[in-house]
Design a protein around this ligand. Structure first.
Ligand SMILES: Cc1cc2nc3c(=O)[nH]c(=O)nc-3n(C[C@H](O)[C@H](O)[C@H](O)COP(=O)(O)OP(=O)(O)OC[C@H]3O[C@@H](n4cnc5c(N)ncnc54)[C@H](O)[C@@H]3O)c2cc1C
Length: 598
């Protein structure tokens, strides 16, 4: 079958098209559908299978239900947690909005756990303090047992069904339709029946989630392949701060499923092979509840020093049996099940083997706090790409900077999902009609897919799955918790080589119906671009900051490096540029950089 005319491409007209049905996409869709717009969500899986459903521990808001709290302390913790790379205007916006947006979720139907007095249950999470770090540990993370993401995603899905949002599920977004006036739509492919679809929209919102599958061992679902960032790179726009990937301290050893920070929030702690609570040495005050970059590095150092557990001495133990079976089954039932299933451990009786595992993508599509996609054109003035927005883990707004605090991501997706809805609602008053499109605008996307069908005629060339494994192993071996010049330089060369290999790769399955090999090929193309910019950005950054820890440059260098990386892919390879961090909040005084101690 060849596609020669638009007769073979089905046309759809919507006011707004949102790519992604995670918490970010669905919160935004709800806002716009309730405002009366014709909203479409295009998603490559069934809506409630988005990765948000896997979120466990909770969502931060300074409700002060257990101990007194204030959004300004939340803001301080987030700026400090970001290792001073977060944009302080966006952080202020998020922390101020948090209590209102979380209560709104409660009213929409999220089944939060409750305190005795009926208010939302809140637990301790890493990097949380009171009175700007002076007043001890805050209890800021609102939880629905250890299934908070599940509760939020299902509630938002139901609300969207009520509001009349149109769902195009198992549709894969292939290409953004852009011109000098910005973005006007997206081309997508129907995975189930192999047909092509052109979605014309006055505004397009990217809510495609993280890119965890760049690495071999990750807590992320197989669908977390950074497709939104790749679409933006392909449109000639930059991505931001991609060298910052968070390693969560407690993935189940060897395989990666997440054991929530909520376990330590409830009183669990880490032990090395000598039975020592080693976090007391690394973070005397916060101990096991220091921020994630600090705890992951401590575990890596313990393992390096030969104090890891097991036959290969490559993991540590997370002890929680002392919390008692009743509390575990009430507050952490999912953890009990995960540990049993994946590690064969009954955590009410024995500790869980854990090691740092790739968890969260701090970088992404650059936006301002109104969620508009921004770029610079050689000079220092930031420009907005009209009609294009990005939210959630796919975006880099940047509230997490170099290191995200636990519980701040579920918050980010709903706060900026809401903010985006408001902004687009105003924008639609100016852009009232669908502009005419170039008659060939669909061709690039079709060619992208058809070339894979042509590859099935070839007998030579590597298989897609082999190329993916190689890429993930290179990233894991060369860009993990600790990084050095030589190892990264070698990693950059190997990634560039494997990217070339992908151009020669072939697919075996020529079927047009539900061709999962083709989905994987498209996802690998997306991952590859992001791996290339991650590698180049990491090698260039000669300092240690947040999740980017270098043996050869152990200190943070604010003079040179308190700036965001912008990366594009041009004809001759990855092109790096930088832009300043927004250190000025909206209304309060700036938090200047200081040494981070926990
Ligand atoms: C195991 C785990 C536990 C976590 N626990 C917590 C927690 O307790 N607290 C917290 O704050 N954060 C937590 N996080 C992080 C948080 O869950 C995520 O950052 C957040 O849910 C991301 O939401 P999102 O809406 O941006 O994207 P996602 O929920 O990942 O959704 C992405 C959507 O994009 C769609 N999509 C992607 N590419 C395409 C394409 N090409 N075409 C069409 N559709 C596409 C997908 O189908 C999906 O619907 C956790 C993450 C993990 C992995």
């Amino acid at each position: 079958m060849t596609y020669l005319s638009t007769d073979n491409v089905e046309n759809h007209f919507h006011d707004v098209v949102i790519i992604g049905s995670g918490g970010a996409g669905m919160r935004c869709a709800l806002q716009l559908a309730d405002a009366g717009h014709r909203v479409a969500i295009v998603t490559k899986v069934l809506p409630t299978r988005s990765h948000t459903v896997a979120a466990q521990g909770g969502i931060n808001a300074s409700l002060g239900n257990v101990l007194s709290d204030h959004w300004h302390w939340h803001m301080y913790d987030t700026v400090k947690g970001s290792d001073y790379l977060g944009d302080q205007d966006a952080i202020e916006y998020m922390c101020r909005a948090a209590p209102r947006i979380v209560r709104e979720l409660e009213h929409q139907g999220v089944t939060f756990s409750r305190l005795e007095n009926g208010t939302i249950y809140q637990r301790a999470f890493g990097g949380q303090s009171r009175e700007f770090g002076e007043g001890g540990q805050a209890l800021r993370t609102c939880a629905a047992a250890d299934r908070t993401g599940h509760a939020i995603l299902h509630t938002l899905y139901q609300q969207n069904l009520r509001a009349g949002t149109h769902f195009y599920q198992e549709f894969f977004a292939l290409d953004l339709i852009t011109d000098q006036d910005g973005c006007h739509g997206v081309m997508a492919w129907d995975i189930a029946n192999g047909t092509y679809h052109l979605f014309q929209a006055k505004a397009v919102i990217l809510a495609t989630g993280g890119a965890g599958r760049v690495f071999k061992t990750t807590t992320n679902a197989h669908i977390c392949t950074g497709d939104g960032g790749a679409l933006v790179l392909d449109a000639g726009l930059p991505v931001e701060d991609m060298e910052f990937f968070q390693f969560h301290p407690t993935g189940i050893a060897d395989i990666g499923p997440l054991i929530t920070e909520g376990v330590r929030g409830e009183g669990g702690y880490l032990l090395n092979a000598e039975g020592e609570r080693f976090m007391e040495r690394y973070a005397p005050t916060a101990k096991d509840l220091a921020s994630r970059d600090v705890v992951s590095r401590a575990i890596a150092l313990e393992i390096r020093a030969g104090r890891g557990c097991g036959p290969n001495k490559d993991y540590v133990l997370l002890k929680l049996d002392h919390l008692g079976e009743e509390l575990i089954m009430k507050r952490l039932p999912n953890i009990h099940e995960l540990a049993l299933r994946f590690a064969g451990v009954d955590c009410t009786k024995e500790p869980i083997p854990v090691q740092p595992t790739m968890h969260y993508t701090m970088g992404g599509i650059p936006t301002n706090y109104h969620t508009e996609v921004v770029y610079t054109d050689g000079d220092d003035t930031e420009k907005v790409c009209g009609g294009l927005y990005a939210i959630g883990e796919a975006a880099c707004v940047s509230v997490h900077g170099a290191n995200r605090l636990g519980g701040n991501s579920l918050l980010e997706i709903v706060v900026f999902g809401h903010a985006c809805g408001e902004r687009v609602n105003a924008f639609l008053k100016q852009r009232r009609y669908h502009p005419p499109l170039d008659k060939d605008c669909w061709k690039k996307a079709v060619a992208r897919v058809e070339k894979w069908f042509h590859s099935t005629d070839r007998e030579d060339g590597p298989r897609v799955s082999d190329v993916r494994k190689r890429m993930q192993t290179i990233m894991q071996d060369h860009f993990s918790v600790y990084r050095t010049e030589d190892v990264m330089r070698e990693g950059v060369e190997q990634i560039e080589a494997v990217a070339k290999e992908l151009k020669q790769a072939r697919m075996d399955d020529a079927c047009r119906l539900f061709n999962t090999e083709l989905v994987e090929a498209l996802e690998l193309e997306n991952l590859m671009g992001l791996a290339r910019v991650t590698a180049a950005g990491a090698l260039a950054r000669t300092e240690s900051r947040g999740a980017h820890a270098r043996d050869d440059y152990p200190d943070r260098d604010d003079q040179l490096w308190q700036k965001h990386t912008l990366a594009k892919i041009g004809e001759s390879g990855v092109e790096l540029d930088y832009k300043p961090v927004r250190t000025q909040p909206m209304t309060v005084a700036s938090f200047p950089p200081k040494k981070r101690v926990y």
